[in-house]
Design a protein around this ligand. Structure first.
Ligand SMILES: [Zn+2]
Length: 344
């Protein structure tokens, strides 16, 4: 039974069709994945002029962040970077991003519903959208939605199976990296080299997809970067970067409260773990230095993980959302981010 709503588009073909159909976006191929698939970025707005004379480390060493990115000009326009499908089986964000692109292009989403307020908000900022940064991983999932699917479907397709056919599961699927030589079915978490972008070798040789994201963040210095994930049947929430200056953790916590209020207005719930700044970096062993921390350290601005409910039918912990709930959560996230950045 195929009951996926027509607006819920998540496939690689849907991304390609969007590339072909947009009129206002500057579309760029950022890189080719491990298997040679194109990773696209849609850019709306302009690029700020930073007058850069140093990298971030040296600028901070010189006690002047403006040497890396001077954002003090009266012409400065905030930049938001939204990234979908870091894990190939987590494309709830991709669905929302393809709708957001349609809203910016036409004022309407893919269901034909008008969103003129959101469109005019988007027109006030520079928006960078990467609907699917892990096309290899996305190709490992042979359907367009996890709504109504089982937890074992998610484990099989997203995390894959070991060589003996048993399910990899989390967190064991992170204990081999790259995982490619250990598996029978390579799950959506990974590109075709078996790299989980969230845990790439950030200080060494990186996957093309990770390197491309780093280059975007260094070039545009987004004021906020959100990596869109799916987290079984969790209450939607933000996970801030564990390794970040306190001011950045405070920014994430402040935004989280705004988002919570905006969700409550629409009778949607948001779990808010960022009121406590202890993410576990001082524990033994410490929490992982993962992609959001790496991007935050690279550009000096917050990069967060956003975990969405995936609408699973049978997961024990938590209730599965329906399509509209998943979609509306993302639209409120996008609207809240833009309002936050333009009012700041
Ligand atoms: Zn994920």
């Amino acid at each position: 039974m195929n009951n996926v709503p027509k607006y819920y588009k998540t496939s690689l073909a849907d991304v390609e069709n969007t590339v072909k159909s947009v009129k206002k976006a500057a579309v760029k191929t950022l890189c080719f994945s491990a298997c040679g698939r194109q990773v696209y970025m849609f850019r709306y707005g302009d690029e700020n002029v930073f007058n850069r004379t140093a990298n971030l480390s040296s600028a901070l060493g010189g006690k002047n962040k403006c040497c890396f990115a001077d954002k003090t000009s009266t012409n400065y326009v905030p930049t938001l970077l939204l990234v979908g499908c870091i894990h190939g089986g987590e494309f709830e964000g991709t669905a929302a991003l393809l709708n957001l692109i349609n809203i910016i292009e036409s004022g309407c989403d893919l269901a034909g519903k008008e969103f003129f307020d959101l469109k005019s908000l988007c027109d006030k900022i520079n928006l960078l959208i990467i609907p699917c940064i892990n096309p290899d991983g996305r190709s490992h999932i042979p359907f367009d939605s996890f709504v109504g699917k089982s937890f074992n479907d998610l484990r099989y397709y997203n995390q894959g199976t070991w060589a003996d056919g048993t399910l990899c599961g989390w967190p064991e699927c992170k204990q081999k990296h790259p995982i490619k030589d250990y598996v029978d079915y390579l799950g959506g978490y990974f590109n075709d080299d078996g790299v989980n972008l969230m845990h790439d070798n950030f200080f060494g040789k990186k996957a093309n997809e990770t390197e491309a994201l780093f280059q975007v963040c260094e070039q545009y210095v987004p004021d906020f970067t959100v990596l869109l994930h799916g987290g079984t049947n969790c209450k939607n929430h933000i996970l801030g970067p564990a390794y970040a200056p306190l001011a950045i953790k405070q920014t994430v916590a402040d935004f989280e409260q705004i988002l919570k209020r905006n969700c409550q207005e629409k009778e949607l719930e948001l779990y808010t773990p960022n009121t406590n700044f202890d993410y576990g970096e001082n524990k033994n062993p410490p929490v992982s230095f993962n992609l959001p921390s790496a991007v935050t350290q690279l550009c000096g601005e917050p990069c967060v993980t956003y975990e969405s409910n995936q609408g699973l039918a049978d997961y024990q912990n938590g209730v599965g959302y329906n399509y509209d709930e998943i979609y509306n959560h993302h639209l409120i996230l996008f609207k809240s981010l833009i309002e936050y950045l333009t009012q700041k």
